[in-house]
Design a protein around this ligand. Structure first.
Ligand code: NAI
Ligand code: MG
Length: 372
């Protein structure tokens, strides 16, 4: 029996291209693992009415972790249109399989390293080494929203909060409310994950990025918990920054920061900003990590216009494999893989179109494999 069972979900579009690239490198690493391909994505929505069939969830439950490519998603009406005739008009509603995976396996931590590898022409600067910890399950993304606002809720809010009075005359049709919910437990989990990571990988600072001066309760809770937990990590400095100012600092002095920790929506925004500082979607890896399971995926989507052409940069996916190896505890393989990726970038010979090259995704993967 292999040491690890790993589910492989290529998904749609270039998800398949980069998964093939990942396989070249994983084969070369000769990890003691068995790989189990699974179904996810648009094809399964159209044919079965479910982009994340139950058999895939069952498969994931039998494995240690999952490597995922990318999926295509489309707005509600278009999704309905593309169902096979037998499934049309049955009230099926498309919902994002990634969001469902995060909920099903409680993948509460989103980890996004953004490191500048020397020689990457797309780097903003060469000395950036940021890691974003984004809370993955709460905040404005809990999906608890009201429009029109139920009269009962309007009444309750007016009873409970004086600041709600100013909306008292607004027609219920003309007001929308989205709830930002943050629990103490989620704050503690994400902050602790950030500090543990800083210790393990030698970062000197953890910056909590929120807006507690304005959003006093939810952002306030994050910052207050960060201050408490920071006391347990005397070797790491806690810095505090407001999300708006942080966007500015990241453009001005990104090299000054190490680990960043934040709630779901701010994390979504800031991780895209950080990714672009080090070359963008072709370089951006991520992990969705829970207590017992993790799903690793490049940040990019399915880029339909490049599907099946093996044109896109597989580096994001190869760095995603590296994250997975780290999580599995295969530290030596993870380190070797990262070194090989960085050498291929530095050598500046085998590269995809986004870096000004003409090589295929598979050629880049082969160049990395050759260095292993
Ligand atoms: P996208 O990330 O698929 O592509 C945007 C553009 O970025 C591409 O056209 C390409 O020019 C560039 N790009 C992306 N990955 C690259 C790579 N590895 N190397 C070089 N260049 C790369 O985002 P888009 O076009 O907004 O969405 C396409 C589909 O993907 C949509 O259906 C969307 O819903 C889905 N999507 C899925 C995600 C996921 O699976 N986690 C995340 C983002 C979008
Ligand atoms: Mg995003």
């Amino acid at each position: 029996m292999a040491k690890y069972n790993i589910a492989l979900l290529p998904g749609d579009g270039i998800g398949k291209d980069v998964m093939d690239a990942a396989q070249i490198v994983m084969d070369k690493l000769a990890l003691d693992a068995e790989y189990f391909p699974g179904d996810i994505g648009w094809e399964f929505w159209c044919r079965e009415g479910d982009p994340l069939p139950q058999r895939t969830i069952d498969l994931l439950k039998r494995t240690d972790c999952c490597l995922f490519g990318a999926i295509t998603s489309k707005p509600k009406e278009e999704a309905e249109d593309e169902l096979i005739p037998e499934l049309k008009g049955k009230g099926l509603i498309y919902s994002s399989p990634i969001v469902r995976l995060r909920q099903e396996f409680n993948l509460r931590t989103n980890l996004r390293p953004c490191k500048a590898y020397k020689g990457n022409p797309l780097n903003y600067r060469d000395d950036i080494d940021l890691v974003v910890f984004r809370e993955n399950t709460e905040c404005l993304y809990v999906g608890i929203e009201f429009h029109p606002l139920p009269a009962e809720l309007m009444q309750t809010l007016q009873n409970l909060h004086p600041k709600m009075k100013r909306f008292g005359q607004v027609d219920l049709e003309d007001i929308a409310v989205s709830l930002r919910i943050i629990t103490r437990q989620a704050c503690q989990n994400i902050i602790r994950d950030a500090f543990e990571y800083a210790v393990k990988y030698g970062y000197k600072t953890v910056t909590v990025v929120e807006k507690p001066n304005v959003i006093r309760e939810t952002s306030g809770l994050m910052v207050r918990e960060a201050r408490k937990i920071a006391k347990e990590y005397p070797t790491i400095q806690l810095w505090e920054a407001n999300i708006d100012a942080m966007c500015m600092w990241l453009v001005k002095n990104p090299q000054d920061y190490g680990v960043l920790v934040t709630s779901n929506m701010f994390g979504d925004i800031i991780s895209d900003l950080c990714a672009q500082l080090v070359g963008g979607l072709g370089f951006s890896s991520s992990g969705n990590i829970g207590d017992h399971y993790a799903v690793f995926e490049p940040t990019h989507g399915s880029a339909p216009k490049y599907a099946g052409q093996y044109k896109v940069n597989p580096t994001a996916m190869l760095l995603t494999v590296k994250l997975m190896l780290d999580w599995l505890g295969e530290t030596d393989s993870a380190h070797r893989l990262e070194k090989a990726v960085s050498e291929v970038i530095a050598e500046d010979r085998v590269k995809t179109y986004d870096m000004g090259g003409r090589n295929s995704s598979l050629e880049v993967a082969q160049a990395v494999a050759a260095r292993l």
